[in-house]
Ligand binder design. Sequence first.
Ligand SMILES: NC(=O)c1ccc[n+]([C@@H]2O[C@H](COP(=O)([O-])OP(=O)(O)OC[C@H]3O[C@@H](n4cnc5c(N)ncnc54)[C@H](OP(=O)(O)O)[C@@H]3O)[C@@H](O)[C@H]2O)c1
Length: 198
Amino acid sequence: MTYAIIGSGNIGGAVARQFARKGIDVLIANRRGPTSLADLIKELGANVSAVPLKEALQADVIVLAVHFGDVAEVVKQITPKPGRIVVDATNAIEVPAYTPIDLGGRPSSAVVEEQLAGVRLVKAFNTLPAAVLAADPVQDGGRRVVFLAGNDVEANSEIAGLIERLGFSPITLGKLAEGGLLQQFGGPLVIQNLIKQG
Ligand SMILES: NC(=O)c1ccc[n+]([C@@H]2O[C@H](COP(=O)([O-])OP(=O)(O)OC[C@H]3O[C@@H](n4cnc5c(N)ncnc54)[C@H](OP(=O)(O)O)[C@@H]3O)[C@@H](O)[C@H]2O)c1
């Protein structure tokens, strides 16, 4: 299983940090190219490799950590491959205003999924502030909760397994029309920093 993160900013960097913490190999790509990531790679160590976007998009599991307005440009370059999953960490907000984008009530990840021909999508890593997501998930004798939702039961299970390997406690909320709405920007689970005890 190969992993890549698209976007090396607040959320991409936070997720990369968790891969590094657990010694799991991951590729990371941004718009400016690998040389712009030299400092981050030096800090995070050998498990995190900066590569061109095209190379990162060959991974089995691709974490999407770009602004919603940049999603279309990235996902149109993602090709179908058996087993491939896109993990959508985006929130549908206008930047820099941080106002919600009107999607007519549709789950934002369903809008992303529509653009992914034949590739499964799981929504995760979008509910916590980046600094919290980047911190050690083991807290006060428990593990920080990461919510996930998606329309493919097997993909949800695979990503729940990854979230667990990264040291978090996954909570699967069901399909995008149900759980996706709960965890997306404006939903009740956003900025809920929960610790599962035990
Ligand atoms: N910040 C938070 O606390 C937070 C919390 C939850 C969810 N989110 C969501 O997470 C997503 C990322 O937010 P962020 O704060 O991490 O943003 P950010 O710090 O501005 O980082 C965005 C990253 O996307 C990359 N990017 C943009 N277009 C690209 C393209 N065409 N190809 C490859 N990479 C591209 C940028 O590359 P360059 O660096 O080369 O410009 C940058 O590394 C957003 O959808 C946001 O709503 C953010």
